[in-house]
Each structure stands twice: as structure tokens, then as C-alpha cells.
Design a binder for this molecule. Structure first.
Ligand code: ZN
Length: 255
């Protein structure tokens, strides 16, 4: 049933926004925690909050686990949009709720899309009505969901389907110049930004923060990494447009 609904969304020809791509995927360090310290006398406190190693195949089964609802709603005023967060079952080493909470923390952040008081975002749980879905998908399932581009590398958005590629969640991208957590915030805000109607933008100048709708996955073009649509309480945008950046090779999974 879920699969049928999805096909309907894709086939319905809703707006497609191809999203990002990036440079080679081989070198970025995974989100997974490093091996535990071997030092016998030292408590592993610094690592204790990390998740284990995340693994995933290149092609998943398109079966999904849905996160529970969030207790609070992001934003205080304005139109309400409800979203689900789902994770493909083949992705291991990642708790669905922990992933969903990271997504929701980004969307609820005061620098996020709800900042101007015209929008509220609420994560709903299984069986509840929703306006769009945020998928964490394997690289080839990402292609199935996005339909437009089949690079198995970038994330994307297709109508009410917001797709975060687990390869990018785990590896980020070379040349981003900021921590993995920042890249994750960026990919969430960028793809949800498409769902909210925003198109791509260009780097406004060397050394300037990149607008969140710049395809920072594919190249910084002199800008510095920026995951937020609002800065110092103001909407941060730049000239509409996209670069003709090459997309790196398809991700082949992580075991
Ligand atoms: Zn995009």
C-alpha cells in the first residue's frame, strides 16, 4: 500500500527537483563512531553519545520504518505542514528515532524554515495524516523515489517525497569544509527547502556563506558552508541559478 502510494506520487508528475551531487565519496569519514579507544585507563566518554557504524547496501528493499511523532511543533505561527520521517529497513546501525530527532532538531531550529513565523512544521507518526515524507534511503532507492536523476549519489525531492541519501548522511561530501553534523543540517534544510518551493541559488561571492539553496553537495564555488535559511534572524538568499558541476560516481553501499 505504501509502495502503491509512492508510485502514484512519482507518476503524478509533481514537481521534480534534482538536488545535489558531490565530489568523490571515498574519502569523507563516515558518521559512524571510530573504533573504541584501546586505552584501558581512559573512559570512552567522548564517544559515548555516538551511534555505531552505519551500514547499507547500494540497493535497498524499499521497506520502511516510520519514526514516532515529535512531542513539539517547530515554529510558533503560520501554516502547519505535517511530515513523516521514514528509514529504509536495510540501513543498519542507525536508530530510526535518533535519525528523526536529528532531522526535527534541524527543522525546529530558530535559524530554520519556520523562523519568520509564517510556517510551522510537525513530525507525525505512523498512521497519522501528513503533507510530505522525509525518506532516508539507500542510493538506488533514492533513484527510484526521485525519478528525475539517477545518480545514486545526491539527495533529491520529488513532489511530496523528500529523499535524503544515506550515503551522504554517512559520508557528507569532500570539500564541504565543515563538520558532518553541519552537512546533515544542510541536506535536511536544502531538500525540505525544495518542498517549500525554493529553487537553487548561486554563491554570492568568495568567502561569503553559501545560501542553503546552493547545491553545496556539488561544489562550494568560493562560498563557505552554510546549512541555514536564516542568518541573524533574516532570510539569507542569493541569485537564483545552478552550476554545471559534475556528479561523482554512484555510491556502491557501505558494509
Ligand atoms: Zn537541490
Amino acid at each position: 500500500m505504501a509502495a502503491a502510494a509512492l508510485v502514484a506520487v512519482v507518476a503524478g508528475g509533481l514537481g521534480i527537483a534534482a538536488c545535489e551531487a558531490l565530489p568523490s565519496m571515498s574519502q569523507v569519514s563516515p558518521a559512524a563512531a571510530p573504533e573504541p579507544s584501546r586505552g584501558p585507563t581512559r573512559a570512552p566518554a567522548a564517544r559515548s553519545g555516538r551511534t555505531g557504524k552505519i551500514t547499507y547496501p547500494a540497493t535497498g528493499s524499499r521497506k520502511w520504518r516510520t519514526a514516532p511523532a515529535s512531542k513539539q511543533t517547530g515554529g510558533e505561527h503560520g501554516m502547519l505542514l505535517r511530515y513523516r520521517v521514514v528509514v529504509e529497513s536495510d540501513i543498519k546501525g542507525l536508530a530510526v528515532r535518533a535519525f528523526a530527532d536529528a532531522v526535527t532538531a534541524t527543522l525546529d531550529d530558530p535559524r530554520g524554515w519556520t523562523a519568520d513565523g509564517s510556517l510551522r512544521l510537525r513530525r507525525v507518526g505512523p498512521g497519522q495524516a501528513y503533507d510530505f515524507t522525509i525518506y532516508l534511503a539507500t542510493p538506488r532507492t533514492r533513484d527510484r523515489l526521485c525519478a528525475s536523476s539517477t545518480d545514486a549519489y545526491t539527495s533529491c525531492r520529488n513532489g511530496d517525497t523528500v529523499v535524503l541519501n544515506v550515503a551522504r548522511w554517512v559520508k557528507a561530501v569532500p570539500g564541504f569544509g565543515a563538520p558532518l553534523a553541519t552537512y546533515r543540517q544542510y541536506m535536511v534544510n536544502h531538500e525540505v527547502g525544495h518542498r517549500l518551493g525554493h529553487g537553487h541559488e548561486l554563491c554570492p561571492g568568495r568567502g561569503e556563506p553559501a545560501p542553503v539553496m546552493q547545491q553545496q553537495t556539488l561544489g562550494m564555488h568560493g562560498c563557505t558552508a552554510n546549512p541555514w535559511p536564516y542568518r541573524q534572524g533574516k532570510r539569507y538568499t542569493a541569485t537564483p541559478g545552478a552550476y554545471d558541476d559534475a556528479v561523482p560516481a554512484p555510491d556502491t553501499g557501505l558494509r
